[in-house]
Design a protein around this ligand. Structure first.
Ligand SMILES: C[S@@+](CC[C@H](N)C(=O)[O-])C[C@H]1O[C@@H](n2cnc3c(N)ncnc32)[C@H](O)[C@@H]1O
Length: 218
């Protein structure tokens, strides 16, 4: 693994439980309220991604940078036949396995320690998702290309927007903790999707994010 991935792995291993608590609403009243206000788009991108992942029955999904498994487990609960989540942080993967078992979908979910570029799937997936991932990827093009190659139907990804009040604050806050973060303009997202070889893509602004669906290959 390169130095940047090692730094990300270290950061996310330390952040795993706190990150999962954002979704599970286990935080105290004030923190919970702050998350609801300042991370509203995290919840909106969840709804966007799950809705655009339909239909679920009998389909297969690859969740890149699966974090604590919220997306993978939801897709399995909706009826997906096979869900594979990959992540570079082992502490995140342990949370995924616990959540999948707790929600009764452990037999349809597999979680593996890998970054996408080193991952060799046995078969293609119907859908590949990468949510909250491109914030932390220095060179997004090869990752997007590989996502397109492993997905036969569509790819769903999210990018944090460059022109928002929160971007410089977030950049400074995370860099103090040794975590690099990257932001994107709509023009850059559209050109990345083209360069990655998607036949068609749609980009929607969701709060401080772009939520993007890529279809087919050119
Ligand atoms: C903000 S979390 C998002 C988790 C989940 N997708 C979600 O939205 O709830 C980012 C995750 O991406 C993982 N990650 C960062 N770089 C990665 C890479 N190159 N390959 C795979 N996972 C990566 C981190 O370990 C972390 O768990």
């Amino acid at each position: 693994m390169n130095q940047e991935i090692v730094a990300q792995e270290d950061y996310w291993n330390k952040q795993a439980s706190d990150f999962h608590r954002i979704y599970s609403h286990e935080k105290s009243g004030v923190s919970n309220l702050l998350d609801r206000v300042f991370r509203k788009d995290m919840f909106e991108r969840f709804i966007f991604t799950i809705q655009h992942s339909a239909p679920y029955e009998g389909r297969s999904y690859l969740d890149v940078g699966c974090g604590s498994g919220i997306y993978s487990v939801e897709l399995a609960k909706k009826g997906a036949n096979r869900v594979v989540g990959i992540d570079i942080a082992e502490h995140m993967l342990q949370l995924c396995r616990d959540l999948a078992l707790k929600e009764g979908v452990g037999s349809r979910c597999t979680f593996a320690h890998s970054d996408l570029l080193n991952y060799v799937p046995e078969n293609r997936f119907d859908v590949c998702i990468g949510i909250g991932l491109f914030d932390y990827i220095h060179d997004p093009l090869p990752v997007l290309k590989k996502m397109r190659e492993v997905a036969s139907d569509k790819v769903i990804v999210a990018f944090p927007r460059f022109w928002t009040w929160r971007a410089p604050i977030r950049k400074a806050r995370l860099s103090l903790r040794g975590c690099d973060v990257y932001f994107y303009t709509r023009k850059r997202v559209e050109s990345l999707m083209k360069e990655a070889g998607f036949a068609k893509s749609s980009v929607r602004t969701v709060g401080k994010l772009f939520c993007v669906v890529g279809y087919g290959s050119r």
